[in-house]
Design a protein around this ligand. Structure first.
Ligand SMILES: C[S@@+](CC[C@H](N)C(=O)[O-])C[C@H]1O[C@@H](n2cnc3c(N)ncnc32)[C@H](O)[C@@H]1O
Length: 239
């Protein structure tokens, strides 16, 4: 059985069908892959693929074999719809990255874009390590905090987004090391979370609970309140 966490924020993303729901958006994704060696022989896993924007891009732009996986059935439905509409042979599978029953060493590249922050990190990283080929690459664009806050402030952020904890860059690095990943380099952003040239897409569900309409404002309120604290990094790792 797949256990889906309750989070108003993740419910909002799925019902509004937000594509590119990660810091830097699809623009940053495209920048990241300019320096990766992806081609039609690569097998790529997009962990927590959401509506499938990145998975579709990698299949379309590089001809890579791509699998998108996500825990949320609404995201899965929207990602499948996207692949069908654009006739892309991307396999979309519902599951949790904490326990994803595929054979060891399946993928050349695994990417997570704002996903591990919402999951059990040690379990997810162990699974990603197992699924990655021995010379494979793991790229994680994940939420960081630039410093720890008082308990009340951290609780406010964790409750709204549905997170177990908030990690600094150093704490992420310790987790990667604990899972035996080698971190090759780190991209530290200098831009805002969602630059104007990379606004997210929306694929609305037919029915959206009224309370979810307030979530977007709350998200931007949190971004403003914790400006300079809530941040992200792109970690480039290998086995
Ligand atoms: C902030 S969204 C990012 C979605 C997508 N990567 C993007 O950038 O548009 C986080 C995604 O992670 C998914 N997710 C959360 N926990 C997960 C888990 N344990 N396994 C797989 N997906 C998960 C959510 O359902 C959601 O689609």
């Amino acid at each position: 059985m797949i256990l889906i966490r309750s989070s108003m924020y993740l419910d909002f993303l799925s019902k509004f069908g937000v594509g590119g729901a990660h810091p830097g958006g699809i623009h940053l994704t495209k920048e990241i892959f300019k320096t990766e060696e992806i081609n039609n022989t690569s097998y790529v896993l997009d962990v927590g693929c959401g509506t499938g924007q990145t998975a579709a891009y990698l299949a379309d732009r590089y001809g890579a074999k791509v699998m998108g996986m996500d825990i949320n059935p609404i995201m899965i439905e929207k990602a499948k719809k996207r692949m069908k509409k654009h006739r892309l042979p991307v396999e979309i599978i519902q599951g949790s990255i904490e326990n994803f029953p595929l054979p060891d060493e399946t993928f050349d590249v695994i990417i997570s874009e704002s996903v591990l922050a919402f999951a059990n990190k040690p379990r997810s990283l162990k699974e990603i390590f197992r699924l990655l080929k021995s010379d494979g690459r793991f790229i994680a664009n994940e939420l960081t905090v630039n410093k720890h806050l008082g308990a009340n402030n951290e609780e406010e952020i964790k409750r709204f987004y549905g997170l177990d904890d908030l990690l600094t860059e150093k704490e992420w690095l310790a987790l990667f090391k604990q899972t035996s990943f080698k971190t090759l380099h780190i991209y530290r952003p200098t831009h805002v979370f969602f630059p104007n040239y990379s606004m997210p897409e929306f694929h609305h569900s037919k029915y959206i609970e009224p309370q979810l309409h307030a979530v977007s404002n709350q998200h931007f309120y949190m971004m403003a309140k914790y400006h300079g604290i809530l941040d992200h990094r792109v970690f480039f790792c290998t086995k």
